[in-house]
Ligand binder design. Structure first.
Ligand SMILES: [Zn+2]
Ligand SMILES: [Zn+2]
Length: 304
């Protein structure tokens, strides 16, 4: 029996989206209209303007028909020597029961998991989808955020942290959490503050182009993440895993309880790999790397 990852079920068009970016509404460099237009020019179908501690619903550009996912980023600088806990909230449109107001300030320092969890509970009560931001930048290894409850995903790639701090190892924590049996999806984001940090990491979502359907697909994992390569299919057939993608240099299978399996190109780029997994694993997921070093990541197929 074939178990196909739901992101790759037939659809009209995969939607390209940005889930975490900043503008002059907080400490970003680009005005909201310019940031929105910049994403549209890079082929984005939707984005969330997630400025620090201030909620947004608005499309500030009258020029482009991009879908704006309501939301904001919650979290305050805790000072030198402290861990940070930052959370992006994404919500429905105002008329569909979202209780937050345009420009509402939601700001509170949280220095422990317990303090931060109280806000996560409130966001979930208010029907927000939440994901955990840049663990490596925040100085939070998996053991510092594994007890949080309510996240649908966490950041496996953050271009701002990568460009400014050479921190690009967020995905390492993912297998640690998945290996513990946690059902968390991975999102690639920009967290762009400078203009050159936008449009580097994104999600490709199997959804209709409206806020409700995009949020539903995100919550159920019907998406993959990318910094360049495209992934077209990912399925399990018995103990064989198959992946199809755009031209890449290597295709890798991750499953926690086994070293990474890799199919590498032998000169020519490859567009497909088949892995015999054997054994029993809690999940399988795929990453691919192209010759420029750009990656894409599927969400896991959970096996128990
Ligand atoms: Zn942050
Ligand atoms: Zn941010």
């Amino acid at each position: 029996m074939i178990i196909r990852h739901q992101a790759f079920e037939p659809c009209k068009k995969m939607l390209k989206g940005a889930l975490h970016c900043h503008t002059t509404r907080s400490d970003g460099c680009g005005s909201p209209d310019k940031v929105i237009e910049y994403h549209y020019d890079h082929g984005y179908d939707f984005l969330a303007i997630t400025d620090h501690n201030i909620y947004n619903y608005k499309n500030y550009s009258t020029n482009v028909p991009v879908t704006i996912i309501p939301g904001f980023e919650f979290g305050v600088d805790n000072g030198v020597g402290c861990e940070e806990f930052h959370t992006v909230c994404l919500g429905q449109e105002k008329e569909n029961g979202n209780p937050y107001e345009q420009d509402q300030i939601i700001c509170q320092q949280t220095k422990t998991q317990e303090e931060h969890q109280k806000f996560l509970d409130e966001f979930r009560r208010n029907n927000q989808l939440i994901f955990y931001c840049h663990p490596e930048w925040s100085g939070t290894p998996a053991r510092s955020f594994e007890n949080f409850v309510g996240y649908f995903a966490y950041e496996i790639y953050n271009s701002g942290s990568h460009i400014e701090n050479d921190m690009d190892k967020d995905a390492i924590y993912w297998d640690e959490l998945l290996g513990q049996g946690k059902k968390l999806f991975g999102v690639a984001v920009d967290d762009g503050h400078m203009m050159n940090q936008h449009c580097i990491g994104w999600v490709m979502v199997n959804a209709e182009n409206n806020v409700k359907d995009i949020l539903n697909s995100l919550e159920s994992g019907k998406f993959y993440s990318s910094c360049g390569p495209e992934i077209y299919d990912f399925y399990l057939d018995g103990d064989s895993v198959t992946v199809e993608c755009s031209n890449v240099s290597s295709i890798r299978l991750h499953c926690a309880k086994h070293p990474t399996r890799i199919v590498r190109s032998q000169g020519e780029d490859i567009t497909r790999a088949d892995f015999k997994i054997g054994g029993s694993y809690p999940y399988v997921r795929i990453s691919v790397v192209d010759k420029a070093g750009k990656m894409a990541w599927t969400n896991p197929i959970f096996l128990n």
